[in-house]
Design a protein around this ligand. Structure first.
Ligand code: FAD
Length: 458
């Protein structure tokens, strides 16, 4: 239990929006990544920028680490303290959409705005906010920026970074920093927006963003392609890209995932298929038709059965199947380890074969799905962390998955970030010198290492 005097100081700033009781803070020792870390001493939920600044100043004066938390849906253990104590700062009280500008095509939002709420608000004006992580009904824009979240549409429309025009954030002294703006072009000073993207809350606490919005496509054609050999589905992915077609979405599901989703959601998926591609081409109607014909030809030649969604209900079914993948797999075993090793798109067949081999070698249950068009597969290991013998095999499998991705010219994380879960693997990809550079950068702006300390091994 923290010192009474300190609790009093927090209450003077936050009123009732501060929690210190064990029962209230325990859930902040978890996020969507497997495993538990440590509970914080304080949880605060500011609703104004003044409150954010005052909490930071107090934490700085008292040497209290601050871990910023949006919806806690990150899959890398980024929002839980790695040692007991500290202050979790929830951004969910900063949840206002401040402006939607349809003339200049941007939205100004606070960091705690839920991604799907921004997308829906923009859609009411006939516009599109494209980044659509599978977690968008819960995740926040601040969390999306801090993880540079992708989504089902990333292949054609890009990731969160591609939509970030401006950011307001607080530094470790409680000063407000402003970066970027509302113009299409802007080169005044350092691009501090870039420092906020995928930095996982280590260099500042964001409160506001200017996000680009775009006109929606005029037409689209969603389809499900059924393969009796998943390797042909993977080959189709590489060939579609190589044939200069960029679908809005190009997702893959393996047979284990198909069966599991069907069992959980009863959508009517083909449970005997070895692999599924869920594809949507969009744009000008004529271009959509051209691209559809190319996709259809490639898939058919590889033995794929193409089923086009003829109405909104059939389209929803396709995307429901994909969005249910993770939650359906999660029902099967107590611990789920979701990886997001990513490779150049041409290497998808090799990566898929390696995942199959690794599954067999270590005798594990692994369901694989993911953003295949981005080269981003999610081999999902179903296990039980209490079973130490099985966990040893899981760790070896993860090691092999990362080594394979790196040997194929890929990365250990396409979108889920490093946090605490992947910190020990980071050096393997970027080398010692890069980690030292990041450490020096962090020490420069956060000399006491108070902002999300020890994440990424920093
Ligand atoms: C079912 C499911 C599906 C998912 N699908 C996808 C997907 O398709 N694509 C994808 O990229 N990810 C996906 N994710 C992962 C996750 O949803 C994203 O990483 C998302 O961006 C996290 O948002 P959040 O609000 O939950 O952030 P949190 O988990 O709360 O925080 C994530 C990180 O950002 C930092 N942070 C959060 N807000 C701020 C702020 N205001 N200022 C400074 N730092 C901050 C935190 O300290 C932490 O390091 C999925 C997760 C789940 C559970």
């Amino acid at each position: 239990m923290p010192d009474k005097n300190l609790i009093k100081k927090f209450k003077e700033i936050m009123g009732d929006n501060v929690w210190t009781d064990e029962k209230d803070i325990m859930c902040y020792s978890y996020d969507a990544a497997p495993g538990e870390q440590c509970p914080p001493d304080f949880v605060v939920r500011p609703e104004t920028y003044d409150e954010v600044s005052s909490v930071i100043k107090l934490c700085n004066a008292e040497n209290i680490p601050i871990i910023t938390r949006g919806a806690g849906t990150n899959l890398s253990g980024g929002t839980v303290p790695m040692t007991r104590g500290g202050c979790v700062l929830l951004t969910t009280g900063l949840n206002k959409i401040l402006e939607i500008n349809t003339e200049d095509m941007y939205a100004v939002v606070q960091s705690g705005v839920v991604t799907a709420d921004l997308a829906a608000a923009v859609a009411e004006h006939g516009l599109l906010y494209p980044p659509d992580p599978g977690s968008m009904k819960s995740s926040t824009i601040g969390g999306n920026v801090a993880e540079n979240a992708g989504g089902l549409r990333a292949l054609k429309y890009g990731v969160t970074n591609d939509y970030l025009m401006g950011t307001k954030f607080f530094d470790t002294e409680g000063n407000l920093i402003i970066s970027g703006g509302k113009t299409v072009k802007l080169v005044t000073g350092f691009n501090l927006n870039g420092l906020m993207v995928s930095y996982e809350g280590l260099l500042g606490i964001m409160v506001e963003h200017i996000m680009k919005i775009v006109p929606p496509p005029q037409a689209s054609k969603p389809m499900m392609v059924i393969f009796d050999d998943i390797m042909n589905a993977c080959r189709a992915v590489s060939q579609i890209i190589a044939n200069k077609v960029t679908p809005a979405t190009l997702e893959l599901m393996d047979s284990f995932t198909i069966k599991t989703v069907e069992e959980a959601a009863k959508i009517g998926l083909p449970v005997n298929a070895d692999g599924l591609l869920l594809i949507e081409v969009d744009g000008h109607p004529a271009a959509v038709e051209d691209e559809f014909q190319i996709v259809k030809k490639i898939c058919s030649e590889l033995g794929g059965e193409v089923h086009v969604a003829n109405n909104a209900e059939e389209r929803d079914k396709i995307w429901e199947a994909r969005r249910k993948a993770l939650s359906s797999l999660a029902r099967l075993r107590p611990t789920l380890i979701l990886e997001d090793a990513t490779v150049p798109r041409s290497k998808i067949p090799e990566m898929m074969q390696a995942i199959k081999d690794i599954t067999e070698k270590y005798n594990l249950t692994i369901g694989t799905f993911g953003h295949a068009g981005d080269g981003n597969l999610h081999p999902t290991i179903l296990t039980d962390k209490r079973d130490t013998e099985e966990m040893a095999r899981v760790h070896q499998a993860v090691d092999d998955i990362f080594d394979t991705a790196l040997n194929l010219g890929g990365t250990i994380s396409g979108e889920h970030g490093i946090g605490s879960a992947k910190a020990k693997y980071l050096e393997r990809e970027v080398g010692k010198g890069t980690i030292e550079y990041m450490r020096r950068l962090k020490a420069g702006v956060d000399p006491k290492n108070l902002l999300n300390p020890h994440k990424m091994g920093l």
